[in-house]
Write a protein that binds this ligand. Sequence first.
Ligand code: NOJ
Length: 576
Amino acid sequence: MRRTPLLFLAVCILAACGNNHQPTATTDSIPNREWWKEAVVYQLYPRSFKDGDGDGVGDLKGILSKLDYLKSLGIDVVWLNPIYSSPNDDNGYDISDYRNIMKEFGTMEDFDRLLKEMHQRNIKLVMDLVVNHSSDEHSWFKQSRSSRNNPFRNYYHWWNAERGKPTPRWSFFDVNSDAWKYDSLTNSYYLHYFSRKQPDLNWENPQVRQEVYNIMKFWLDKGIDGFRMDAFQFVAKDTTWPAFPPGYDRNIIKYYGMGPHLHEYLQEMNREVASKYKMMTVAEGAGSTLQDAMDLVDPDRHELNMAYHFEGMDVGHFDPNYSLPEFKNVYSKWDSAFAQKGWVSIFLGNHDQPRMVSHWGNDSPAFRELSSKMLTTFIMTMRGTPYYYNGDELGMVNIKFSTIGDYRDIATINSYQHLKATGGDTAAFLQANKRSSRDNGRTPFQWDSSANAGFTTGTPWLKINPDYTTVNAAAEENDPNSVLNYFRKVVKLRKENLVLVYGGYTVLDRDNPDVYAYTRELNGRQLLVLLNFKGKIAAVKTGADLSHAKILLGNYPDPSTDGNLKPYEAVIYALE
Ligand code: NOJ
């Protein structure tokens, strides 16, 4: 096999080969093109991004001061986690006023300026819509609980205690895992799938749905570009409250997800809101089957734009020695289910997950950068809209707290308390949470090597990862080979090669335990992506003659061309 001269490869990479690629003459023939399919979404967790006023909590002024950074990434859309008024039982996912800004985050003037300045930079803004539940401090709930006859009573799910105890429902965040909370004021129980301070809204009440549509219009009329809909698969409920079989809580999506009338509600929302604006919609979760997901996003049904499924998150959640073929099977299965119609999201991190490099890569100093770049290559070369979580572009890693006192996340804290109260193994719990806790993904963004990583001049609300002295944006900015600059290159490559957005996907050497290999093909143009998921040299059989392939990008200065990949190597080739 003829080897491509290394000098050629080096020149090719320095010149960012592929970035000057002529768009295929036939892009007009791509059916069903949409801006939200071609966009790269950057998820911004405001509490941890940048503190503008020194109180230790990220805020809108902080984001405003970093808009040029966001622009420099090449991303198209920012998904902003909730910034609405909230007592912060669950970091903003407990909203007490949907038309106001959380005090810690700033004012509506700050928001208006943020939106305007993002749009000036051609960055779209997608907001979180959290309407499975509100805060118990929302005026609706205060009214609702005040008496059984209050006009807002039916905004939530109540069960009168004289009927006995309601059918058990499991709660994600409750210390007793009980989703029914007794309220002596009206001698009734209310439902809360999440914390006690997050009572579930009653979507079966048409007034509630109208309230939600009006809230959506309020923000859309300001000019925002879409919604990520929190816990949306749970909103519809069977209010006859049937009993679920023992162990249902181990398969909660099956029992809580895709309740009766969900599709009617989504179609109503689409008619009343989405169809009237140029916007994108993505719901968190996609049911428990591929058909569930398709039913949400089949364009003929007029519900949502794209599915955001979690099946990939389960692979290796607790196990660093997860099976790569299992990982490949999940993504290959989802790709083929949506190859003809519908659309999915591709992500490896968000604010509910540990850091992607600690989960699927290798966060040791030797391999952190290489494996971060490799995972970034995966996200940016799959079919589906990439959702990239802030901080992953620096290769941020899990903080791995040792004591419960360091955690701030209600999910981790309440599970720990539950375990302690029931005599469980708290030491094992703490060990497991070094890998899986949500706080691993929430530590403040590492801007530079100054005190508190340049995140705040105050005391940060959550400890900062001590590796910030070397892992930070300022240091990476100055290093052409940094994770940050690699991210920019691969985003640019995706934007300039529609084959990476729309091209057909074919997995190769599927059972290979170390390497993920696939092609993307569109109108005769074929790209090959090779990703070594292991910290050792690994061989892959693709059948392609790589010696003639053009290298578009790689995470080593001398990308492999003989099918033997270096540890955590990632290469994107254009096959002639
Ligand atoms: C999903 C959100 O992503 C998570 O952060 C939150 O705790 C729950 N929904 C409840 O809103």
